[in-house]
Design a protein around this ligand. Structure first.
Ligand SMILES: Nc1nc2c(ncn2[C@@H]2O[C@H](COP(=O)(O)OP(=O)(O)OP(=O)(O)O)[C@@H](O)[C@H]2O)c(=O)[nH]1
Ligand SMILES: [Mg+2]
Length: 462
């Protein structure tokens, strides 16, 4: 897989989000650190890495979680979107309208110009265009022969004359024949570095060719050095796009891809191997999706939705065991958990509530009830939430019911539920975390294995 290491690190990071119980400062900081580490290992420029993570943090603070998304889903969405933006934002297509459309390949020695010329020729031939390729590389002795062999493999005409020493002469010799084609791809010679000589040569060729696109070919193994290359080629040869090759074989590809996004020359294709078919249109969305091992954002969000696992449920239980349990806790748990997923799972995690076996059809009723309870809790004062036993007398219950737009019976039902939960929490706390005792009590309570009473067996299920 391309950028396997980067992909795996980012996947781990996303896993961490979906496993987390709460989205809090700590999780966000951890997440940002993970992303930074992953990108730096992929040879992404430090400054850019910090810019990306700053952007992610800023959005998390500034933007409100949209309706219909949980905080976790929103977090994932932001990270996904920012990564996509970071990697070039949108696909950049090559238009083949004019006949012939001319593409000129430029780049340094050995980065893959000639190979990619043939790859592109095959790509567009397959899509119904009439394509020819031309070698204007009069620098390297076997350049024409290399392209000729590649062209033969894919049945594409190859223009070139190994006897000529001037690339302009080569072009002029074949120019009259080009009008028969939809697309002509012109290979050029490279050099060790972007020397004056190379710039001059490329500009001369371009003047003669009047290419519609000048595509810079850069091997991904140069990592973040791609930025300087792309920038200088962009300035001197007016590059219109970049093709990053050898992306399958290097850990530094992230750096190369991202470096290009700052130059204004967009990455259009990526090379993923030596064979002629190893070429992909570059789409940041698809690339990030693939790297994360998920088809699309939908899948990503789906994953977050389903992510309440055994461990997380236990975490919530532990949290409850630590604190003195009052209505405020109940409320904040409901708040936090209602953002975490489907009601079935949420209810199971509130002490005592999980025992209510919840068949699907009952869930709707239950959902209504939960809503009511939230209204009720919202109508309570802080002192009432903190010490309900102390404050909640009949007249206050009436007041709360009115404020919440429910009946007094509803309020009493919630209080009853709360008392049951509290009793449960107390008795568990009393065991002082002794696992054997705990297990014994759970068995007695009929929950079998796991945290019985705090959701029974159901809580442990996904
Ligand atoms: N692994 C891998 N190898 C590639 C890829 N693209 C090109 N290559 C290899 O890179 C080497 C150089 O490719 P060329 O196409 O000859 O490079 P060039 O830019 O034309 O080189 P010069 O003509 O010398 O300037 C060859 O061995 C190719 O097979 C790619 O996407 N992945
Ligand atoms: Mg070549």
């Amino acid at each position: 897989m391309v950028l396997e290491k980067l992909g795996n690190s980012l996947k781990d990071t996303f896993q961490k989000i979906s496993k987390a119980v709460f989205v809090d400062e700590k999780l966000i900081n951890e997440l940002v650190k993970d992303i930074q580490r992953a990108l730096l290992q992929s040879d992404v420029n430090v400054k850019m890495v910090f810019e990306l993570t700053k952007q992610i943090k800023e959005r998390l603070v500034k933007e409100e979680t949209p309706a219909g998304l949980t905080k976790k889903e929103f977090l994932i969405k932001i990270v996904y979107e920012e990564l996509v933006k970071f990697l070039g934002e949108s696909e950049s297509k090559i238009e083949i309208k004019k006949k012939p459309t001319k593409i000129m390949m430029v780049g340094l020695f050995g980065h893959g110009k000639t190979t990619t010329t043939a790859k592109l020729a095959k790509y567009y031939t397959k899509r119904g265009y009439k394509v020819a390729v031309m070698s204007t590389d009069t620098w390297r002795p076997a350049a024409y022969e290399q392209l000729r062999q590649l062209g033969a493999q894919i049945n594409v005409p190859v223009f070139g004359n190994p006897k000529l020493k001037d690339p302009i002469k080569v072009y002029k010799e074949f120019e009259p024949q080009l009008k028969d084609f939809d697309l002509v791809i012109i290979d050029t010679a490279g050099r060790d570095a972007l020397s004056e000589e190379l710039i001059e040569e490329l500009n001369k060729i371009n003047k003669a060719v009047q290419a519609d696109e000048r595509l810079l070919v850069i091997g991904a193994d140069v990592g973040q050095a791609a930025e300087r290359q792309a920038e200088t080629f962009h300035k001197t040869c007016n590059v219109t796009g970049v093709i990053i090759t050898k992306l399958e074989g290097t850990a530094k590809g992230g750096g190369a891809l991202i470096a290009c996004s700052v130059t204004g020359a967009k990455v259009k294709f990526i090379g993923l191997g030596e064979k002629i078919d190893d070429l992909d249109v570059y789409s940041p969305q698809r690339f990030v999706g693939k790297m994360l091992g998920m088809g699309d954002l939908e899948g990503l969000l789906e994953k977050a939705r389903e992510a309440i696992t055994e461990d997380e449920a236990k975490d919530i239980g532990d949290k409850l065991l630590k604190g003195d349990f009052n209505l405020l806790d109940l409320y904040s748990q409901m708040e936090a958990m209602s953002k975490m997923g489907p009601l079935g799972k949420v209810v199971e995690m509130i002490p005592g509530f999980g025992q209510l076996k919840l068949p699907k059809e009952a869930l709707a009723v239950q959902e209504e009830k939960l809503k009511k309870w939230k209204y009720i809790l919202n109508s309570c004062t802080k002192e009432e939430l903190e010490e309900p036993e102390e404050y909640l007398d009949a007249s206050r219950i009436d007041r709360i019911a009115k404020g919440a737009g429910v009946s007094a019976t509803d309020v009493r039902e919630l209080l009853k539920q709360y008392k049951q939960s509290k009793k449960m929490v107390k008795s568990m706390k009393g065991l002082g975390g002794n696992p054997a005792q705990m297990e014994k009590m759970m068995k007695r309570m009929g929950g079998g294995k796991g945290m019985a009473g705090m959701g029974g067996k159901r809580m442990m299920m996904r």
